[in-house]
Structures are given as C-alpha cells and as structure tokens.
Ligand binder design. Structure first.
Ligand code: FAD
Length: 482
C-alpha cells in the first residue's frame, strides 16, 4: 500500500539560476528541499553575464532579492542599432520605456554576482545547499526517489527537480525511467529535440572609450549580429552571434577550442559596435571570453511521476532576447506555486504518488504555452538580427526604424503577462508603473499587429512592397540612412 506523507521533500539538482530561485520560492512556502550542485563553488567565475528583465525581476523582487541587484547594476536607458557599414539603423529609449512601463530596469551584470546574491540571500537555508554533489543516477520507487551522487551519497526525496541545465542528468534519468515503463516512443521523440544553428562568442571587457554606461548597441548583418552593453563602472558585456555552416543535431553539436575562437574573432575585428568603435576594441581588452554553439530545444515532456525539469533542462533558447535565465526564474516560480497548492490542499490525508503526478502535470500544462511562446520568439530574434532571410533583412535593416513602438510593444508583450509567486504579495515596484503585471495578457495570445506589419513579417513579397512603399513615402529615405 502506498505511503501517505504529511509533507514533501524536494531534491533540486543544480544550484544555478533555476535551482537557487526554486530554493528561495520553496523556502518561502516552508517546503522542505535540498539543492545538489556538482560544482564545488556555487558561484564560479565563468566569465558570463546575465540580463534580468521584468519577468525575472518581479519574481526576484517578491523574494526580497531585487534590491541587491539594483546595487550592482547600471540601469539600461538607451539602445542603438547599427548596420554592418557602421550606419545607424535607429536609436531609441526602449530600455527606459520598458522600465517606466513595467517598473523594473533592464539589469545587466555578471552572472557570477547573481548566483552570489541568490546564495547569500538564502541565509540560514544555505545549509540545504550541497556543493561538490554530482548526481549520476535517480532511482524512482513507488513512494520516493533516491538520488545518487558520484561520491556514493544517496539523497531521498518525494520529487526530484532537474535544474541541471541543457545536458541534464535528471532528464536522462527520467527518460531511462520512462523507457522502463514502456514509453520508448515518447523518449525517442524527446531525444531528437536539441539542435544548434548559431554560435556565440561572449565576453566581458574593461571600460572601452566611447561606450557609455547604461547604453546598449546592436549590430545587424547577414549571418551575424552583435550585442554590447556598457554596465556599471563601464564594465562591457558583449556577444557575437554567428550562423554556423549548417544545423547540427544534438549529438554532433560542435565544441570550440581557444584557437577556434581567436580565428573566428579575427574575422569580425573590423565590424562596427558603433559608428566609431570596431569590434576589436572590445574583444582585445576582454577579461574573459567563451565560444560556444547555441543549443535550441523545447521539450514536450517536462515531468513524469516524481521527476520534473525546469530551466534549460526543459526549454533551451538562444540568448538574443535575454530570456533563458528569466524564463528559468518563471518556471521555478510556477513550479513552486503548484507545489505549494499540493501541500496546502493535502492537510488531512498526506500526499500520494497520484497527487504528485497531478500536480506536476498541472504545472507542465499551465507553464508550457507561455514558455514555448518566448522560446519561439527568442529563436526567431536570433534569425531576425542575423538577417537570415529576405524578410528578416527587410525587417531588421529597413522597416524597424519606422516601427519604433512595434519593437517596444513586442517586448512589452513578453513582460506583461508573466508568472508571479501566488503566495507572496506583489512588491510596490510591480504596480508603480504604467503597465503593471496582467497575468491574463501577453504571450501566447495572438499578436495584435497591424495587418501591414504582419504582412512584412510573414510574406516576403508583400513585405518588399510595403517596405518599398514606406521608403518612398519617407522624406528621409531609408536607403539614404543605411
Ligand atoms: C551566451 C549566453 C548569454 C545569455 N544571456 C542571458 C541573459 O542575458 N538573460 C537571460 O535570462 N538568460 C541568458 N542566457 C541564458 C541563461 O544563462 C540560461 O538560460 C540560464 O542560466 C539557465 O539556468 P539553469 O539554472 O536552468 O541552468 P544552468 O545555468 O545551466 O545551471 C545548471 C546547474 O546544474 C549543475 N549541474 C549540471 N549537472 C549536474 C549534475 N549531474 N549534478 C549536480 N549538478 C549539476 C551545473 O553545474 C549548473 O550549476 C544566456 C545564455 C548564454 C549561452
């Protein structure tokens, strides 16, 4: 007979953005948890940055963490967009407008610092986080999971959460379990999901003459794009996104050496970051830089019995939209909402496997549409910025300057209807703005674009015609500017 338990114990595998956020959320709900992180250092210096946008910031603010972030960032206020020949495509105050609309600045800083903040703010719950614990196997029993670590320790729980990134061991173990109960077909489909078409060199550089803190710059051209953000104390966070020679399936996704990176960067040394700053000016003063293939994959199956995956282990997107980590935060909050309901609704009888399954399935059903909408937009943005098709090129280089509010409204759409923690009140910042959270709006509702904008983004021929009409009608003349 199945054991009835009064409480649940959640084993979180992975102590990064998704795992540590979930730890905070569960802690606020008095749900027992442990975090198992394979690295010995919870906040390693890996030379990466992260942009926290409204949808992540709002949840971190609910958790009482956002003020720590404000202390270490320079709010973004201005964005400029450049073509390959160094001509300005457009400039606007979109980051400031987003701040005014939604209450939170776009906050770019070292990812290591975010992890430090998340860990430090756990306070006395830090002793629930175990570093140097590489999970190698998960045993699924009818009444519990046994999570095995490389150091031979075994941790027992009611639910195991895979917050262990794109190459998730928990996901592999969930697949192994599914195969053992006759779900080979579903597993086969899931295994083919990951692919990679774009690569990215990202880095952090010292202050660069001409780059103003709070300004970000994007360059769009055929098969590549770049993003540069000048942050607090003029620290420069930069990304070079390039299309690879082909689409690589999961098992064949390339890894790059330092030599590959240097050769690759050299090809872009003269490309403009602004009209006066070439790419070489920032990458030659880099304090860190990394070259990797960007994986993309949205798993249909996030949970099975006592297994559940969140963050990159469930939805891996390209970084151009800055939504991978923010979506991981949203998924952590959504899972915490569902687990809180599970515990609260089970006061008199304990929690059965059936209860756990229902809860995790509800989480998956509730969370997937929005996560998939953002995933699709993020990957599409990578292609738009790299002018992957004629319509992308028209949009990025020619139509965007005429579509200022369209560009900002698209961003608003992803930010306004996000997840929130249902059991913690919204902080004042989330309401003291012109477009506060509205959980029923935003993605994945159908875009509310004007018909001619939709035409540009969906039909190359009509797009050409409309763009041409727009250019002719303009006194400036788009081609004169680009
Ligand atoms: C170049 C680049 C730029 C990005 N910029 C942004 C941005 O501006 N904004 C944004 O929101 N997102 C950004 N992202 C995406 C973001 O970094 C990820 O989506 C986010 O970090 C995912 O967090 P996660 O916790 O799910 O996974 P990860 O960050 O991958 O963490 C997984 C953790 O699990 C641990 N782990 C792995 N295997 C095991 C195991 N077997 N046992 C125990 N522990 C294990 C790992 O050590 C790691 O700490 C960017 C990504 C890239 C590549």
């Amino acid at each position: 007979m199945e054991n009835k338990e009064k409480k649940i114990r959640v084993v979180i595998v992975g102590g990064s953005v998704a795992g540590l956020t979930l730890a905070h959320c569960l802690g606020k709900s008095n749900i027992e948890y442990v975090v198992l992180e394979s690295n010995c250092d919870i906040a390693p210096e890996v030379g990466a940055s992260i942009g926290i946008l409204t949808n992540g910031a709002r949840i971190l603010d609910q958790l009482g963490i956002f003020d720590d972030i404000l202390d270490v960032i320079e709010p973004l206020v201005k964005a400029t967009f450049w073509a390959e020949n160094g001509k300005l495509i457009m400039e606007n105050e979109s980051p400031q407008i987003i701040h005014d609309r939604h209450g939170y600045p776009i906050s770019f800083f070292d990812r290591q610092v975010l992890l430090e903040i998340l860990y430090n703010r756990l306070g006395e719950n830090q002793d629930r986080v175990y570093t140097g614990k590489r999970v190698v196997k998960v045993e699924h029993l009818p009444n519990k999971v046994l999570v095995h670590c490389k150091d031979q320790s075994v941790i027992e729980g009611d639910i195991v959460v895979g917050a262990d990134g794109v190459r998730s061991t928990v996901r592999q173990e969930m697949w192994r379990y599914m195969e053992s109960i006759g779900m080979e077909k579903e597993v086969k489909e899931e295994k083919g999901i990951l692919s990679s078409e774009y690569s990215c060199v990202f880095g952090i550089s010292a202050a660069t003459l001409g780059l103003v803190p709070g300004y970000c710059h994007r360059t769009y051209e055929k098969d590549y794009s770049s993003l540069t953000i000048a942050g607090k104390d003029s620290r420069v966070f930069w990304f070079l996104f390039t299309k690879m020679d082909r689409v690589y399936a999961g098992s064949e996704i390339p890894r790059f050496s330092d030599e590959d990176m240097e050769k690759h960067l050299a090809q872009y040394s003269e490309k403009p970051i602004t009209d006066t700053i070439p790419f070489s000016a920032i990458y030659q003063s880099a304090v860190s830089k990394t070259f990797l293939a960007l994986e993309e994959g949205f798993h249909k199956k996030w949970c099975m019995d006592r297994f559940v995956c969140i963050g990159d282990s469930a939805h891996k997107m390209t970084p151009n939209m800055g939504q991978g980590g923010n979506s991981a935060i949203e998924s952590a909050a959504s899972l915490a909402n569902h687990l809180t309901q599970l515990v609260r609704n089970s006061s008199n009888g304990g929690i059965t496997l059936e209860d756990v399954k229902n809860c995790l399935n509800k989480f998956q059903t509730a969370r997937q549409p929005r996560a998939e909408g953002i995933y699709t937009k993020a990957n599409a943005l990578t292609r738009l910025e790299a002018c992957a098709t004629l319509k992308n090129r028209l949009m990025a280089l020619h139509a965007l300057p005429y579509l200022k509010s369209y560009h900002i409204d698209r961003m608003t759409k992803t930010l306004v209807g996000a997840e929130r923690l249902e059991y913690i009140p919204l902080p004042p910042r989330a309401s003291n703005c012109t477009m506060p959270l509205h959980t029923q709006s935003g993605l994945p509702e159908k875009d509310k674009e004007t018909p001619w904008i939709r035409a540009i983004s969906t039909t190359p021929l009509i797009g050409c015609a409309m763009a041409a009409k727009s250019f002719m009608g303009s006194t400036m003349g788009a081609f004169g500017r680009i």
